[in-house]
Design a protein around this ligand. Structure first.
Ligand code: NAD
Length: 482
């Protein structure tokens, strides 16, 4: 594929535009340039927010049913361009096609779900609120909070966008979206679909660009009512600090260091499959990666043997290859970061079970073998920090309580998985875990109806479900003397 020159990386007030910056986009499987995308700056953010203010007046006055029509049109448009979106996901992000299709389906399901919620808003608006008084009546209105800024990462481009954009539009907000500068290509294609969906000008605005040039001024802009951010904790802190200057609301979806608990009565084959899925899907570049695998000590030897065999059978390859289970990491920085974590783990005495570097058959591209460690010191970075790569740390436990304590001993609390042959026991353990989502004997399935987000430093707020919509609404009570 030759390098694309996408001079229009900005969509403001219904117009595609060029920007002052040039973002080089790489194919991580080949290390070759894929595209040059125009990026914006603070002035573009200023214009996008101004356009969004005008767009808000129009969009917020539409009924939920009218908004639902547009959301459904976006879902239909995404379905119609499925192949193209999959191709861009794989070439820009490095994920295999079978993963890219999951992302596209998720985007469609999210827009359809929020179309339904938008429709339900009309009947619920101005609901009576019972008061303990005959002298007053009250009604409740949920109103869109205003212009919102959406800042998203590179690991699930389009998906993290849809989880914010669909509820924001359903609520009646207007939007300025800043995609990751690493993966703008699928986001630009999605934006083109949205641009054709019949939204009034100014309701949806997109400014590609770097975090400092675009994300920072967007977070600081006092006309922006709310920032919804997904990304690293370090940047989440900066976004919060900037947002604090104008007391704007923030929703944050940040990092994780999640555990998969294999209880003594677990089906070992299932546990191995779930450990590989939780550790190696998207080459481990998931905030929800269950990178700590805790296994009952009576199962530990057999489990590790089977896990190693299974991990070594994972076919790491170009995302478009016919036989591929795992693709490339997103860019050189991420590749070096993960290799650095592996080296640091070795230097503190962690024992490498398999993997640990580049697959010998792949001299090019940011590929790393599925990697498993045991004997990882509890105070090491490998155990405590988010690796964001295909690296699992396996540790045995002697009791259910020890497993729960190990899982909860983290600054994060995004998700957890439990594998057990006993439903009652698994449910009890799930209740003990400090995590926003717990899967029992299940892969990491996500439904738009169920909340996404975590405890502790993983999140502020929840996405998806009605909670995702409420994040973009203000509550107004009108109390009247009878
Ligand atoms: P990142 O924090 O580097 O960047 C995220 C976004 O913020 C990008 O668009 C970036 O350009 C922008 N940004 C950077 N500096 C900024 C600044 N000063 N002000 C405003 N915006 C700025 O994250 P990443 O490397 O793109 O993504 C990986 C991280 O995202 C991981 O830590 C992962 O755990 C997290 N993540 C979390 C979830 C979740 O749902 N909890 C989902 C996906 C990814």
């Amino acid at each position: 594929m030759s390098t694309m020159n996408l001079s229009n990386g900005l969509y403001i007030n219904g117009q595609w535009r060029a920007g002052s910056e040039r973002l080089q986009v790489i194919n991580p499987s080949t290390e070759q340039p894929l595209a040059i995308v125009a990026g914006g700056d603070g002035q573009d953010v200023e214009q996008a927010v101004r356009a969004a203010q005008a767009g808000f007046r129009v969009w917020s006055a539409c009924s939920g049913a009218e908004r639902a029509v547009v959301l459904r049109k976006i879902a239909t448009g995404v379905a119609a361009r499925r192949e193209r979106l999959m191709q861009l996901q794989s070439s820009n992000n490095g994920k295999p096609q079978f993963e890219a299709v999951i992302d596209v389906d998720d985007v469609i399901a999210t827009f359809e779900y929020y179309a339904g919620l938008a429709e339900s808003l009309d009947a619920a608006q101005d609901a009576d609120v019972p008061l303990p008084s005959d002298d007053f009546s009250a009604r409740l209105r949920r109103e869109p909070c205003g212009v919102v800024g959406l800042i998203v990462p590179w690991n699930f481009p389009m998906v993290t966008t849809a989880w914010k954009l669909a509820p924001a539009l359903a609520a009646g907000c207007s939007v300025v979206l800043k995609p990751s500068e690493v993966t703008p290509l699928p986001e630009l294609e999605l934006a083109a679909i949205i641009a054709d969906s019949g939204l009034p000008d100014g309701v949806f605005n997109l400014v590609c660009g770097t975090g400092l040039a675009v994300g920072a001024p967007l977070a600081a802009d006092p006309r922006v009512a709310k920032i919804s951010f997904t990304g690293s904790n370090a940047v989440g802190v900066q976004v919060m600090q900037r947002a604090a200057e104008s007391i704007k609301g923030v929703s944050l979806e940040l990092g994780g260091k999640s555990s998969l608990l294999v209880l003594a009565d677990a089906d070992l084959d299932l546990a191995v499959e779930l450990a590989c899925g939780g550790g190696f899907f998207n080459a481990g570049q998931m905030c929800s990666a269950t990178s700590r695998v805790l296994v009952a000590e009576e199962l530990a030897d057999e489990f590790l043997l089977r896990l190693k065999t299974r991990a070594e059978a994972i076919r790491v390859a170009d995302p478009f290859a016919a036989e591929v289970d795992m693709g490339a990491l997103v860019n050189q920085a991420q590749y070096q970061r993960v290799l650095g974590h592996i080296q640091a783990g070795l230097s503190v005495g962690a024992k490498l079970v398999c993997g640990g570097g580049r697959p010998p058959a792949l001299p090019r591209g940011y590929f790393i073998e599925p990697t498993i460690f045991t004997q990882v010191p509890l105070d090491s970075a490998l155990w405590c920090e988010e690796i964001f790569g295909p690296v699992l740390c396996v540790r045995s436990f002697a009791s259910e309580q020890e497993a729960v304590d190990l899982a909860n001993d983290s600054a994060f609390g995004l998700v957890a998985s439990v594998v057990s042959g006993c439903t009652e026991r698994a449910e009890r353990v799930a209740n003990e875990l400090q995590a926003g989502l717990v899967w029992i004997n299940a892969p990491q399935v996500i439904f738009p109806q169920a909340a996404w987000g975590g405890y502790k430093q993983s999140s502020i707020g929840r996405e998806l479900g009605p909670w995702g919509l409420q994040a973009f609404q203000e509550i107004k009570h009108v109390i009247r003397a009878r």
